[in-house]
Write a new protein. Sequence first.
Length: 236
Amino acid sequence: MSVTLQETEHPLLADIETTDQIGITRYSRFLMDQLEPRPFAGERVIDFGSGSGVMGVQAARQGAKDITFLETNPDGLALTARNARKLIPHHTTWVMGSAIDPLHPEIDGQFDSMISNPSSLPTLGAGKDEEAFYDGGQDGTAMIEAMIGLGRRALKPGGELHFLLTSLVDYQTILRRLGGEFRAIQVRAVTQFEFRPHYFEHLPHWRNLRDEKRTFFFSDGDKNVELVFYVVATQP
Ligand SMILES: C[S@@+](CC[C@H](N)C(=O)[O-])C[C@H]1O[C@@H](n2cnc3c(N)ncnc32)[C@H](O)[C@@H]1O
């Protein structure tokens, strides 16, 4: 007898517009599955690195009243705006071009939740368009650092940062740092993904990082596998 695991089909996947460069990845779907049971009733939410806008739209469909989408890529920004206009036209939405900066002091301590699937692959610099979506800089932590800073600043007391963390970055250092800054850190789920062939050019770089014990992945036969954690950090 064989058993086939069914992937959850989110109704949103049929509705949301994507492009060749900005899609719904395995990571997006894992985060969507984890967020599915959580009501965001009446919340103000930040979708940090919105891409298609999928996370913020999901939060809105699960009850959030006000979504702020942040995205640095101009194509991503335009796509987020199109999806938000089409799929959640009656919500209050803000679509902005980068991390909130001192021009927006009114964000401090204003948000109930923040959701992020950060670009966090340690690359040697993304050359190709489709890689910009994943690129987290040399050690993969550039956007994660920005996410932590923004979360500490923008979340209300008790507010929650929901995000994905890959073992291809120095996740132990990041978890320790979060532990020092947030009231509680929970790793609520973990999954594993086999590397896709377009990652392979980074393998020597990643092996070096692993040899330095800064990251972790394992090989199973000819497959290379990373771990991906769903983490919730709670603001003091
Ligand atoms: C891995 S994608 C996730 C997209 C979408 N949230 C999803 O889950 O499908 C990360 C996104 O973050 C954007 N990004 C990278 N650095 C950023 C920053 N400092 N501020 C805002 N967005 C950023 C990238 O352009 C990319 O669209």
